[in-house]
Ligand binder design. Structure first.
Ligand SMILES: *[C@@H]1O[C@H](CO)[C@@H](O)[C@H](O)[C@H]1NC(C)=O
Ligand SMILES: *[C@@H]1O[C@H](CO)[C@@H](O)[C@H](O)[C@H]1NC(C)=O
Ligand SMILES: *[C@@H]1O[C@H](CO)[C@@H](O)[C@H](O)[C@H]1NC(C)=O
Ligand SMILES: *[C@@H]1O[C@H](CO)[C@@H](O)[C@H](O)[C@H]1NC(C)=O
Ligand SMILES: *[C@@H]1O[C@H](CO)[C@@H](O)[C@H](O)[C@H]1NC(C)=O
Ligand SMILES: *[C@@H]1O[C@H](CO)[C@@H](O)[C@H](O)[C@H]1NC(C)=O
Ligand SMILES: *[C@@H]1O[C@H](CO)[C@@H](O)[C@H](O)[C@H]1NC(C)=O
Ligand SMILES: *[C@@H]1O[C@H](CO)[C@@H](O)[C@H](O)[C@H]1NC(C)=O
Ligand SMILES: *[C@@H]1O[C@H](CO)[C@@H](O)[C@H](O)[C@H]1NC(C)=O
Ligand SMILES: *[C@@H]1O[C@H](CO)[C@@H](O)[C@H](O)[C@H]1NC(C)=O
Ligand SMILES: *[C@@H]1O[C@H](CO)[C@@H](O)[C@H](O)[C@H]1NC(C)=O
Ligand SMILES: *[C@@H]1O[C@H](CO)[C@@H](O)[C@H](O)[C@H]1NC(C)=O
Length: 795
């Protein structure tokens, strides 16, 4: 196994920096999620990026690998535990599924270029690794079988590499045509479009650009300019070009691709150098070579790798880790510290702040990219940004509204400056509504924000899965998505319902005349609920489920088993969760849902059932992460489901179920998250769990859970402090006995944003090992409550 032990002793447990700030970086284990259930393979794991990066950085510098078993190859983050290194590149995603994206602007250290090495065929020079990799916040180190040790660190638009060569012969290959391929050759695989490279007269630096397209979001071509230099002048530096696996034409100082089959690159060699180490700095830009050079020089001003590492660590501490401060003293539970700070790390690797780097239009608005995807992050990641990253969050919201202004639609996913893909609803609507109802105004142009949402709600996109709502034709005509005219009919119906609820919430302030229209449309899910359908192969039997419905109004319920989805793929009736699971995902109208499920007792029994072992009937393969319950915390639709006991005032059950899931599936280990981390979405779920609160997105509402630390200071709303205290916390002592908010005994199991998140304040928990039904007040609200009555047909 190549993955370094993440259980190593933390010698720096009490590390305090010179200015008295706590250094939380020793608690970051960037390898959590590196593996899936099969030891040594990334397959079924977090698909995470591992390497040098700063929070929301454009650059994520890390190794790209090729895995031997193509059918299990999972190279989305570039890194795999045992794959052969094909290059070390500047840009990566973290946690994404589908085809890899990026893995561009690379170098590769070689100790020979003699035959059989062919610079146009990475399989002739790729390298296994020796021993265990070392990964920390802002730092990565690996050793290749050719004896070269690679160390690296990343800044915002630049990075630094240090190669320690074992012998006299030293080469660095720059392959402009390098990118992360989809090893299975899927439809969404990336491809190289164009490239250019120029070497300076003194051989010490090179500049150019590469153009690439495709990847998980089926993106249009995008161009990245680069500017790099070496600390030691190469004695030889030659550009090359040629077709894949052909004999390269190696000569001269410049090359421009003749066409997309013409790969270009350069080979740098050192023969007279006594130095065993060669360092290189690389800057990238979406605008120009000059900007790439400027980033390199200003962001990596020193040839000492540790200086860039120190700057990155400082930034992580200042802008991320110190926003949630818990006790790191001797008595602290090290595992929980690692889970907390590593989770915070992973949820800040994406999106990328590309302000000033938008090649597509001129604007005074900020620019952000690498939204993967609002389908994932809208569930709870963006809501956490609202609390601890208000500046970045507002900036992101302005950026996506600007994307609507210039590209026509808000993104659901976006990468390489291109919208795509949409898996369910137009979930940026939920993010905007969540921000709006919690009072975020700042410099956001909400007139435009609402107009962008209306576009999602009213205009059918010409490419169905790119942006907007691909099944809007059905939604506008029937108020549900039909099974005969569209894919993912049930999951899209559920999501469009919440999207329209989101519109109704923003309409309250921006366009009051629209409120009732969108509120009514938010009840569309009720039209695809068959009150007579029964569960199959379950004890007890449950009645009433989301059920595929035809455009003629008939339910397609013959032989229907709501515990099956037919793979939960793009073409299935539901996406990444079964109808059984989606039947719980109506956060805006839990009141109607509970009634539809047969009332409080039936609802509770059904909820209890989905947590029982061996209840899952659908084989989800790698996506199932070995989970055998109906509830699958590895997939986003179920994120809020463990907390639904709140809606029947049994908060203790929410605490128990959610904590059990967290303990079972989230670990300080390479296989430490249950499936793709989805840009840190799984990680942010865990952060909320550890804080003891959970957001109800599109409402200014938080459900009260049970914290994992006895004292938490959170910086909220920019400069306010929310302190969360818990007395009586212990391994088995986590049931809430009582809660105070700002000194007031609280009898509801939820509170509102304005109660404590605007000015900060104090939540005081008393915990114990006894189950207590402590809440007596109103259950959490159902502001989207609409009574359509039974038998109401779509228009
Ligand atoms: C690599 O890590 C594994 C797992 O922690 C450990 O068993 C092994 O000894 C380490 N190998 C080396 C060479 O350090
Ligand atoms: C990985 O590279 C090594 C050389 O370092 C080679 O022997 C091995 O065959 C490669 N693995 C695969 C899967 O091609
Ligand atoms: C790849 O993995 C699959 C699934 O585990 C296995 O059936 C197959 O034999 C493996 N192929 C190779 C070449 O190891
Ligand atoms: C490396 O070589 C393999 C095998 O020829 C090829 O499929 C892949 O696209 C190449 N590039 C990378 C970055 O893996
Ligand atoms: C730069 O590289 C060229 C081509 O390999 C070589 O002829 C020349 O001597 C090198 N210049 C220096 C200053 O080393
Ligand atoms: C980096 O290492 C050099 C040489 O060991 C040392 O002088 C310098 O202080 C270090 N910088 C930092 C930020 O640790
Ligand atoms: C939280 O802040 C309070 C008030 O400044 C301080 O006394 C306490 O030690 C802090 N707790 C932690 C864990 O940082
Ligand atoms: C730390 O907390 C975890 C639960 O996250 C628990 O399993 C473990 O036993 C605790 N460790 C110690 C040393 O108390
Ligand atoms: C985004 O990047 C720009 C340009 O680098 C910077 O000025 C701005 O502060 C960044 N925004 C955030 C929220 O970090
Ligand atoms: C919002 O943007 C629109 C143009 O897209 C502009 O007409 C309007 O004045 C802006 N509103 C505010 C409050 O800035
Ligand atoms: C927080 O920042 C706001 C806006 O800059 C300022 O008005 C307020 O006084 C600050 N509050 C504290 C507690 O520092
Ligand atoms: C809808 O039908 C269900 C089951 O047939 C019934 O329990 C419920 O009371 C009905 N609701 C309305 C509003 O008629």
């Amino acid at each position: 196994m190549h993955v370094a032990s993440t259980r190593r002793l933390l010698l720096l447990a009490l590390a305090v920096t010179a200015n008295g700030q706590v250094d939380y970086s020793p608690y970051v284990s960037p390898l959590i999620g590196a593996e899936g259930p099969l030891p040594g393979l990334a397959f079924g794991g977090g698909d995470i990026f591992i390497g040098g990066a700063v929070p929301f950085g454009v650059v994520k510098l890390g190794i790209d690998t090729f895995e031997a078993n193509r059918s299990l190859a999972t190279t989305n983050g570039g890194y795999t535990p045992q794959g052969n290194v094909t290059g070390i590149s500047m840009m990566h995603e973290s946690g994404t599924g589908g085809c890899p994206k990026y893995g561009v602007i690379s170098q590769m250290p070689l100790t020979t270029v003699q035959s059989p090495v062919n610079l146009l065929d990475n399989s002739t020079y790729w390298q296994k690794r020796i021993g265990n990799d070392t990964a920390k916040a802002g730092y990565f180190k690996t050793e290749l079988t050719n004896g070269v040790t690679v160390e690296l660190s990343g800044a915002r638009h630049a990075g630094i590499l240090e190669y320690s060569f074992p012998s006299e012969e030293k080469h660095v290959l720059v392959d402009v045509s390098h990118y992360l391929p989809d090893e299975n050759g899927g439809d969404c695989t990336q491809y190289y479009v164009d490239g250019k490279i120029d070497i300076s007269d003194d051989n010490k630096s090179y500049t150019g650009y590469g153009t690439y397209a495709g990847g998980w979001n089926l993106g249009a071509p995008y161009t990245v300019y680069f500017c790099a230099d070496f600390d030691t002048a190469p004695t030889q530096a030659l550009a090359f070009n040629g077709a894949n696996a052909s004999i390269p034409n190696l000569s001269g100082k410049s090359r421009k691709a003749a066409d997309s089959n013409d790969r270009v690159g350069a080979l740098f060699s050192w023969s007279n150098s006594n130095a065993s180490s060669i360092r290189s700095r690389i800057g990238i830009s979406f605008i120009s070579v000059d900007k790439a050079c400027m980033f390199k020089d200003s962001e990596v001003p020193s040839w000492q790798l540790n200086d860039t590492v120190a700057a990155a660590v400082k930034e992580w501490n200042k802008d991320v880790f110190s926003r949630i401060r818990v006790d790191t003293g001797e008595g602290a539970n090290q595992t929980n510290l690692i889970l907390l700070y590593s989770s915070l790390y992973f949820m800040h690797l994406m999106p990328s702040n590309r302000t000033g780097e938008n090649p597509k239009w001129q604007s005074n608005e900020p620019s952000w990219d690498d939204f993967y995807t609002f389908w994932d992050t809208s569930r709870n990641t963006d809501s956490l940004y609202h609390l601890i990253q208000i500046e970045a969050y507002e900036s992101q919201i302005r950026a996506i509204i600007d994307i609507w202004r210039h590209d026509g639609f808000l993104p659901d996913g976006r990468s390489g400056n291109y919208n795509g893909l949409t898996q369910g609803g137009s979930d940026a609507d939920n993010v905007l509504a969540d921000a709006y109802v919690k009072g975020l105004r700042g410099s956001v142009n909400w007139t435009d924000g609402y107009a962008a949402m209306v576009k999602d709600a009213e205009v059918q996109p010409s490419i169905p899965n790119k942006e907007g709502r691909g099944a809007l034709n059905d939604w506008l005509q029937y108020e549900y998505v039909t099974v005969n005219r569209n894919e993912r009919c049930l999951s899209r119906t559920v999501e469009y319902s919440l999207n329209d609820f989101a519109l109704s919430q923003v309409a309250r302030g921006e366009s009051p005349a629209d409120v009732s229209k969108y509120l009514n449309r938010s009840a569309g899910w009720q039209l695809t609920w068959d009150h007579d359908v029964k569960s199959v192969n379950t004890t007890p039997v449950f009645t009433g489920f989301l059920t595929p419905r035809l455009s003629n109004g008939q339910f397609n319920s013959s032989g229907y088993n709501p515990a099956l989805c037919g793979g939960c793929e793009w073409s299935s009736i539901t996406y990444e969760a079964t109808p059984f699971e989606y039947s719980f995902v109506i956060p805006h109208d839990m009141q109607t849902l509970i009634q539809f499920m047969g009332g409080v007792a039936e609802f509770e029994a059904r909820l209890d059932y989905i947590f029982l072992p061996n209840t899952s009937q659908q084989d989800l393969g790698a996506n199932g992460a070995g989970i055998n319950t109906i509830i699958n915390i590895g997939n986003e639709p179920d994120f809020q489901t463990p907390y639904l006991y709140h809606y029947i005032n049994k908060q203790w059950k929410s605490v128990n179920q959610s904590r059990a899931l967290a303990r079972q599936f989230f670990k300080n280990a390479p296989y430490g998250v249950p499936g793709n981390s989805d840009a840190g979405t799984l990680n942010s779920w865990l952060v909320w769990q550890m804080l003891g609160i959970y957001p109800v997105v599109t409402q200014p509402v938080y459900l009260i859970g049970s914290p994992w630390f006895s004292d938490i200071n959170m910086t909220v709303n920019g400069n306010r402090t929310l302190r969360i205290l818990a007395s009586g916390l212990g391994e088995e002592s986590y049931f809430v006995q009582g809660v105070k908010l700002n000194g007031v005994q609280w009898d509801k199991n939820w509170f509102e944003h304005k109660d404590i998140m605007v000015e900060g304040g104090r939540i005081e928990f008393v915990l114990g090992d006894k189950i207590v039904v402590w809440e007596k007040g109103d259950v959490p609200p159902s502001p989207g409550h609409v009574e359509l009555g039974n038998g109401t047909m779509g228009k």
